[in-house]
Design a binder for this molecule. Structure first.
Ligand SMILES: NC(=O)C1=CN([C@@H]2O[C@H](COP(=O)(O)OP(=O)(O)OC[C@H]3O[C@@H](n4cnc5c(N)ncnc54)[C@H](O)[C@@H]3O)[C@@H](O)[C@H]2O)C=CC1
Ligand SMILES: O=C(O)[C@@H]1CCC=N1
Length: 280
């Protein structure tokens, strides 16, 4: 119970990332850029290239040995794909005698606390659901805590606040909901932008022009939404002149069932997270 017994200053905790892929990189980048000591961050991954890039970019400690990373750490961030999580947890429980003293944080979709408890025993665990804009400090991370102290919760809150906003969840199943609302959602926006750029190219704009115009418009719209007190519907109404072009575009989307399609897509993401909870 190291984190609870020995109240360290937040930045003194050693944090090990098991799996040094996209999401680990986002969180590590946020932590280092907001002043977390790089010497207190370890990343473990089977292959070298991502480790070398993390060491070069952020000056953190890297290793190909998961057990070594975990032995040195107070906080373990499990950042492998859900399908590999069981294998990784079994390796840790077999190789690290004081595993129950560590605080676990997982970023994996789907897998419930009960599954980690089957693999690791009754550990202190936070399930989190970050999203990829964490890389640029504009992420949203949902967090659900099991068996954790207030100190541990504030530590993890500060870790993820370095990458954007945090949302604390009271019920574990809300993690699946937030996966649909924010975790997977950057891809929805990229898909919409892709579709717009494709049409812009069909209209004769170069790929570069199409890309720039779509990105700038998305950035402008998102920035307006952050700076305005108006609802999305009211912001949309401001663009939509009576009898004008936007009205025609929006009605075409509405008649094609856009709102139902988005709701169905989000429900499909939740359903998949629930399936993963049962099958992985
Ligand atoms: N990509 C995203 O936008 C989001 C991903 N997540 C979650 O983050 C987790 C990781 O996803 P990504 O970073 O996108 O995947 P990724 O594939 O980029 O990273 C996973 C890393 O784990 C490494 N790895 C594989 N086997 C390992 C082992 N036995 N020990 C240590 N490392 C091992 C891989 O080499 C890879 O570098 C997943 O569980 C996913 O559900 C959560 C929210 C958003
Ligand atoms: O697609 C996935 O399963 C993960 C979780 C949210 C974003 N990526």
């Amino acid at each position: 119970m190291k984190l609870r017994q020995r109240i360290k200053s937040m930045n003194d905790n050693t944090v090990a990332f098991i799996g040094a892929g996209n999401m680990a990189r986002c969180i590590i980048g946020g932590m280092v850029n907001t002043g977390y000591p790089a010497a207190n961050i370890i990343a473990a991954n089977p292959s070298r290239p991502k480790l070398d890039a993390l060491a070069a970019d952020f000056g953190i400690v890297v290793t190909q040995d998961n057990l070594l990373a975990v032995q040195k750490a107070d906080v373990i961030v499990l950042s492998v794909k859900p399908q590999l999580m069981g294998e990784v947890c079994r390796q840790l429980i077999a190789g690290v005698p004081d595993i129950s003293e560590k605080l676990f944080v997982t970023v994996a979709a789907g897998l419930p606390v009960s599954r980690y408890e089957e693999w690791l025993g009754p550990v202190r665990l936070m399930r989190t659901m970050p999203n990829s804009p964490s890389l640029v400090g504009l992420g949203v991370t949902g967090i659900f805590a099991s068996r954790c102290s207030n100190y541990e919760k504030s530590f993890v809150d500060s870790m993820f606040s370095a990458t954007g906003k945090t949302v604390w969840l009271d019920q574990e199943n809300q993690i699946n909901d937030i996966t649909a609302v924010t975790g997977s959602a950057p891809a929805y926006f990229f898909y919409f932008m892709q579709a717009m750029a494709q049409k812009a190219e069909l209209l004769g704009f170069s790929p570069d022009e199409a890309h720039q115009m779509v990105v700038q418009t998305a950035l402008g719209a998102a920035t307006m939404a952050t700076q305005s007190s108006l609802s999305f519907a009211d912001l949309r109404a401001q663009v939509t002149s009576k009898g004008g072009t936007t009205h025609e575009a929006i009605e075409t989307m509405r008649n094609a069932g856009l709102e139902l399609m988005v709701a169905d897509a989000m429900q499909a993401a939740i359903r998949r997270a629930e399936e993963m909870a049962k099958t992985l």
